[in-house]
Design a protein around this ligand. Structure first.
Ligand SMILES: [Zn+2]
Length: 672
């Protein structure tokens, strides 16, 4: 059996995990669960980084022995990951004996190879980053990440690693293995860094007790970063258990944050080369989570507690959170979280879409067929065709770690199933005895599409998808992609009718009363059985996504009353709207409102200016797909030529929100 060994970054334990930390673990967990579904013998490892001076200080502040403090934090981290249903197989702490063995082994190997030498380090050190800094790294003499702290000037005897020696071998490795560092944007950054020349790095700290002593100089401890990187190999037996190491090393995938790409794709592989050990196959550097467009920070009050986010939707609320993190953010780009958007996506994707679909199909199966469905002679290949296309796209995306595209693909099947029900109108078929077989087949196909969607989404929403499988009469035991991840026409299905999976979040949860101005009468209920006097099948939930952005009369859209004011379709078609992907964004100097964007419109790259700077941090837009007026005459704003206009909704007194999509679309897609 193929094996797959993957890791996340290990976390400093001087504060509790926030949503940004959770984002990485959830996405990695989705990959791990997908690999298991594909039949890989999977080992998914996470852990805590404990040999940090900040941890040491924090423990003293709390009046605890460092190790006792780390024990307590381990429980905090583990309980958070449990709450989010993160299915790691191994959890390493860098204070464990197995890790000390690995670190000692690597340090000794590098020393024996002549790649570690003694020298004098003199320079800046940011205590909060726990990183040596050059003048170039500092802004006005301060670490840009910690502008309130003054970096320390240190001068001490250190041991250095000959990183410079590995410049060419690293460049060669990058050239021979394009898959080594992903996504592309990180790869390009690191290639530039390597080509710019590498300098030797300090790998020890003198006069400290909290850390692992160097095997050849017991008065120094291994520098925390050098120590931490080795966890990936020490966890699978380096320096201790040769058979285990042989079985699992090299790692297939390291999932890390983009800020630590240099450590993982330059320093770590150079260390492994020097130690004559194989390199990990792939390092994937994901983006940052922001809240309301701002970096998550305690002082800004922009920290989101992942447990609070999961608890918002009840005991199984981890699944809606996981779906949001995976589906709403391009894996590799930065992503934003707002409580409003979280509620909106919950209502749109779960309450109104998937949850409602499951309720309707199980209810119709019970109403018309006592809950039992079989295949008939009647055929309807429509959904089966969509399913085949979706499964292919899903597997391709997931194999490439594009978890957001995998989730979007599964949602295409769910959308197609809703459309299929609206088009086939089972409630009409039910009135005509001659259509009995056809009705059975329509319901069977809908149930089958739900089953398949649940299998594809199982890595993202394990608990909920298992419940959906139960309701459509399929077993969730021993799921495999090979057997369960394709369209099946076999057997009898006994469907289970039960309460709503995801009750809609009501008006009382919302702060903006304007958003509630859409009455339920405005919403055309698609697929409601128009049986006179009969109650709706699922009275608990209104039937189709009342997404305010798509409903006429939504905030910001003046009501159109007189036909004289209206334009013809020909007039409208003169306006060419297209999707564009934001490649780069920056503020226009001296302007409070304007952002300068570089966008990919499919056929070319363009520069345009958008008046959305008060609503979006530039970084939060990069990677997003927006809608632009493609054929607008160029205009110059604050000295920048703008070639097109970004569409945004501008509620009165509120901040603009750019128009976006539920699914990933290629740049240049026509919008009309
Ligand atoms: Zn710093």
């Amino acid at each position: 059996m193929n094996r797959f060994f993957m890791t996340t970054a290990i976390d400093y334990v001087n504060s509790r995990p926030h949503l940004g930390t959770a984002y990485e673990k959830v996405c990695a967990d989705v990959i791990a669960r997908y690999k298991r579904l594909r039949g890989f013998d999977t080992r998914f490892m996470m852990g805590n980084d404990e040999h940090s001076q900040n941890v040491y200080k924090k423990a003293l502040e709390e009046g605890l022995e460092p190790l006792a403090y780390c024990d307590r934090m381990e429980q905090e981290f583990r309980s958070t990951w449990r709450r989010l249903d993160v299915s790691f197989d191994d959890f390493i702490r860098t204070t464990e004996p197995r890790h000390k063995l690995g670190v000692t082994e690597v340090a000794q190997r590098l020393y024996d190879a002549g790649d570690i030498y003694e020298g004098l380090y003199e320079g800046w050190y940011c205590v909060s980053c726990e990183e040596f800094k050059t003048d170039k790294d500092l802004v006005d003499g301060k670490c840009p990440l910690h502008p309130t702290l003054t970096p320390e000037w240190i001068r001490e005897k250190n041991y250095f690693f000959r990183l410079s020696k590995y410049q060419q071998p690293l460049a060669d490795h990058f050239a021979a293995h394009p898959e080594f560092l992903q996504p592309e944007i990180r790869r390009n950054e690191m290639l530039r860094l390597i080509e710019g020349g590498l300098t030797d790095i300090s790998v020890s700290r003198a006069g400290q007790s909290w850390g692992i002593p160097l095997p050849f100089a017991a008065d120094s401890v291994v520098y925390v970063w050098f120590d931490a990187l080795i966890n990936y190999a020490s966890a699978v037996g380096l320096g201790g258990d040769a058979a285990l190491f042989e079985r699992w090393w090299p790692a297939d995938l390291h999932v890390i944050g983009k800020d630590i790409t240099r450590f993982h794709s330059v320093i770590w592989p150079a260390m492994l080369m020097a130690a004559k050990l194989p390199l990990p196959r792939t390092v994937f550097g994901h983006g940052f989570m922001t809240m309301n467009g701002q970096r998550m920070s305690k002082t800004l009050g922009t920290i989101v507690d992942p447990i609070e986010a999961a608890d918002r939707f009840g005991p199984n609320g981890h699944d809606p959170l996981r779906l949001y993190l995976v589906k709403e953010i391009i894996f590799g780009s930065d992503g934003d979280f707002t409580w409003e958007r979280y509620d909106d996506r919950y209502n749109a994707d779960l309450a109104n879409n998937l949850g409602n679909l499951v309720s309707r199909v199980t209810a119709m199966a019970h109403r018309y067929r006592q809950g039992r469905l079989v295949t008939t002679a009647a055929t309807s290949d429509r959904l089966a065709g969509v399913a085949e296309q979706v499964v292919g796209a899903y597997a391709k995306a997931m194999d490439a770690f594009a978890v957001h595209e995998g989730a979007a693909a599964a949602y295409r099947l769910i959308d197609a199933t809703n459309e299929f029900i609206a088009a086939t109108a089972p409630w009409t078929l039910a009135k005509d005895p001659a259509s009995a077989d056809r009705l059975t087949q329509v319901l069977f196909d809908a149930a089958e599409a739900i089953r398949l969607s649940a299998v594809l989404l199982e890595p993202v929403m394990p608990t909920s998808c298992r419940e959906i499988l139960r309701r459509v009469g399929a077993s969730a035991d021993g799921l495999t992609f090979e057997r369960d991840g394709c369209w099946r026409r076999d057997g009898e299905r006994v469907l289970v009718q039960d309460g709503p999976l995801w009750p809609r979040v009501g008006a009382d949860r919302r702060v903006d009363p304007k958003e509630q101005s859409v009455s339920s009468d405005d919403i055309k209920p698609e697929g409601v059985p128009p049986v006179a006097g009969a109650p709706a099948l699922v009275p608990e939930t209104p039937l189709k996504a009342p997404d305010p952005a798509t409903v006429p009369g939504a905030p910001g859209v003046p009501p159109v009353t007189a036909t004289a004011d209206r334009i013809s379709i020909d007039d409208f078609m003169k306006v060419e709207l297209r999707t564009a992907k934001v490649l780069a964004a920056e503020r226009v100097p001296k302007s409070k409102k304007l952002l300068k964007l570089q966008v990919d419109v499919g056929t070319e790259h363009r520069t345009l200016v958008a008046g959305i700077a008060d609503a979006y941090e530039p970084e939060a837009l990069v990677g997003r797909t927006v809608v632009i007026v493609f054929n607008l005459k160029p205009a110059t704003l604050m000295g920048v030529e703008s070639n097109g206009m970004v569409l945004a909704a501008s509620p009165e007194g509120g901040k603009p929100t750019v128009v976006g999509f539920d699914v990933e679309l290629p740049p240049g897609t026509r919008v009309r």
